[in-house]
Design a protein around this ligand. Sequence first.
Ligand SMILES: NC(=O)c1ccc[n+]([C@@H]2O[C@H](COP(=O)([O-])OP(=O)(O)OC[C@H]3O[C@@H](n4cnc5c(N)ncnc54)[C@H](OP(=O)(O)O)[C@@H]3O)[C@@H](O)[C@H]2O)c1
Length: 328
Amino acid sequence: MVQHNLATEVDIKLNDGNTLPALGLGTVPSDDPSDVKNQVVAAVKAGYRHIDTAWYYGTEKYIGEALKQIFEEGIATREDLFITSKVWPSLHHDPEKSLNSSLKDLGIDYVDLLLQHWPVCLHGDANGLPATPFDAKGNLLYDDDPVSGTGYIKFYNRIEDLKFNSNKIKSVGVSNYSVPKLRELLRNRKRYVPVVNQIEYHPQLPQKDLENFCAEHNIILEAYSPVGGTGAPVLKLPLINELAKKYDVSVNEIANAYHLLQGRSALPRSSNLARIKVNVRLPQLTNDEIQQLYNIGDKKPVRYTNDPWGYGIGFKWWEGDTLSTEFD
Ligand SMILES: NC(=O)c1ccc[n+]([C@@H]2O[C@H](COP(=O)([O-])OP(=O)(O)OC[C@H]3O[C@@H](n4cnc5c(N)ncnc54)[C@H](OP(=O)(O)O)[C@@H]3O)[C@@H](O)[C@H]2O)c1
């Protein structure tokens, strides 16, 4: 039997000197958010050291329960784990409120990474509610124009200030940044180059332009929806199935290896505890096989995330987006 390396043992050095465990557990709830508690405990027992969450997901208090159990039972210590949270755009005016709420629910006193969830400013109240504000016609309510506004930069600047003025954040980063938005941010950041940009990435959605731009600036890509989200459409690709047979691993492990072998982080989620437990091997795909996986999306790109707050922010292949034409 082939002995595989472990995906749970791959680390990535960040531009601020901190270390990111490459395989992270996603915590968007599948159904009942309280199920996430057992998912986190199962993942940490299986060797995961990185948990990806967000104020918006509504799962932080269940992750907090999981962490309490993990620490009490000695499965891992706080220092063993890398915990990411995110500030949602309806709290762009007060990231500190978001952070304090996340820390309280998680039951910890610092996050390893705080991300700006999206480069837009939604119109929330003092508590960031409603998180997805729509008017009577079904249009999103913004505090700033998503195409031409610069409020998203001030949003990031507030997160920078928060890191600078407290000891509750080890690293800061961004999520859902296209090349044009990132270029503008780097020109106007106050202190910190984001350590990561968390985006949708899988063999059906090549992101080479973004990847090259991020590499130039020493920003690591974190791949969300590594199997394409609910229904796992990416796992139906014939090449993924062939490679899983060849290497005698699961299709999920091929989807993760596609990122980890290229220096990216992957953030799979599952409500199936057995799947979480076995999803830890790292088959050594050849460069040619990785290129073949990349070619799938290069020929026929498919983006599975089409949230309305992503319109107009400069992403390619964003279904229905008519706002981004002026970019690049
Ligand atoms: N920054 C952002 O804006 C953003 C956006 C999206 C996601 N994320 C992060 O990335 C994480 C992962 O992304 P994602 O939630 O879109 O999920 P994903 O990992 O691409 O997909 C998870 C879905 O695939 C299913 N699945 C996995 N393996 C399967 C298999 N072998 N057979 C059948 N179904 C399978 C899971 O079902 P089971 O539950 O049955 O296993 C689940 O419904 C999130 O949880 C979150 O932490 C961030």
